[in-house]
Write a protein that binds this ligand. Structure first.
Ligand SMILES: Cc1ncc(COP(=O)(O)O)c(C=O)c1O
Length: 391
């Protein structure tokens, strides 16, 4: 399924694309919301006559409808819906020949680091983790003939930003593909393919679905040719997502812009509250002028998003006291749902990284990450005040 016309880079058409994703496309009964196709197999029209679908691993209307909707929003040719965000990243790695080099950020999601390290140990690829905000490190890595540069911007959990257009140009200069993990912002706030990236990956578990009730992923390619290669691999390895999960993600996707607007406004107020707090030594949020990535955010994002992290000025006991009563902030991994979450990356999301890797990435022992939800902002701030009072 392919979107021929990329949407304009203006927020309003993208918001409309989002709200109307796959609305009114049912040709069987005119259902406004597309039905759920659970069938694993489809009838042939006759000997050698395959219809639009034949077998659910390779193709399914709900999965394809979701892929088409997100591809349109990202400005890509087409995409593949996968069983998780990790499956989407692994799917993209199939584009590499054996032992080709991948350049990845040293502070990327811990699961991504684990996957790349494991694939390297198998001899499937080579990986080099670098600080992608360091121009000399990038120049050095690009000099080693990489085949793929993976970018995560904003990064998880330190919200470091990478200039996508600049890195895409540099990667293309040495013949490498640029892949961008757009999980933290979603196409409601950043569209890497329009900035020069070749592929976008998402943990659809996060903002795309937005309700913390599905694990899913999606890989979007800029060109039809690349999308076809991804589809081939997805069918070959059976990594495709389930129809019901795709149905739910599409349902969540339609409110993405509305959710992001409110959650981002809440996150901005919380970032200012934290920045002014004496027990906070650093706030990482691209909406703050004090954030190192502020200028890049202005250039390539249409908003700072709804995730931030901050360093608490305390020790291990203080951290325990702070997290003992988190109120409406659930102490849980993940992000991008309607509910607010608080997470301690060192012991939760990033525990797959050993201590050295955490230290190199700057993930300190009192760093906390917030995914800001839809609750009334006053109630969110009041929950944070209760946590600070326990210090
Ligand atoms: C930036 C990023 N990419 C990829 C993933 C992996 O996604 P999933 O948990 O859906 O496999 C995550 C998960 O937290 C993430 O934060």
């Amino acid at each position: 399924m392919t979107s021929e016309t990329p949407p304009t880079p203006n927020g309003t058409p993208n918001a409309t694309l989002c709200a109307t994703a796959q609305i009114g496309v049912d040709s069987a009964y005119g259902a406004v919301i597309p039905p759920l196709y659970l069938s694993s197999t489809y009838k042939f029209e006759g000997l050698g006559k395959i219809g639009a679908y034949d077998y659910g691993r390779g193709g399914n209307p709900n999965r394809d409808g979701l892929a088409q909707a997100v591809a349109q929003m990202e400005g890509g040719a087409d995409g593949v819906v996968t069983a998780s965000g990790m499956a989407a990243i692994d799917l993209v790695l199939n584009l590499l020949a054996p032992e080709q080099l991948v350049i990845a950020p040293h502070d990327c999601y811990g699961g991504t680091q684990r996957l790349l390290n494991a694939r390297q140990q198998q001899g499937r690829l080579r990986v080099q983790f670098i600080d992608q905000s360091d121009a000399a490190a990038i120049a050095n890595a690009l000099g080693q003939n990489p085949a793929m540069v993976l970018v995560e911007t904003p990064s998880n959990p330190l919200m470091r930003l990478v200039d996508i257009a600049r890195l895409a140009d540099a990667a293309h200069g040495v013949g490498a593909l640029l892949v961008c993990d757009n999980t933290f912002l979603s196409p409601a706030r950043q569209r890497p393919l329009t900035l020069g990236a070749d592929l976008v990956v998402h943990s659809a578990t996060k903002f795309l679905n937005g309700h913390s009730d599905v694990v899913g992923g999606i890989a979007i390619a800029k060109t039809k040719e690349c999308a076809k290669r991804l589809s081939w691999w997805a069918n070959c390895t059976g990594t495709t997502g389930a129809p019901f999960d795709s149905y739910l993600i599409l349902r969540g996707l339609r409110t993405l812009h509305a959710r992001m607007d409110v959650q981002e406004a809440n996150a901005t107020k919380i970032a200012h509250f934290l920045e002014a707090h004496p027990r906070v030594s650093a706030v990482h949020y691209p909406g703050l002028p004090s954030c190192t990535g502020f200028a890049i955010a202005k250039k390539q994002q249409s908003g700072p998003g709804a995730v931030l992290s901050f360093t608490l000025n305390t020790n291990r006991d203080g951290l325990g006291a702070f997290l003992a009563n988190t109120g409406l902030f659930q102490l849980a991994e993940s992000l991008g749902g309607t509910e607010s979450l608080i997470c301690h990356p060192a012991s939760m999301t990033h525990r797959a990284m050993d201590q050295d890797a955490q230290a190199r990435a700057g993930i300190g022992s009192t760093l906390l990450r917030l995914s800001v939800g839809l609750e009334r902002n006053e109630d969110q701030v009041s929950a944070l005040k209760t946590m600070f009072a326990a210090l």
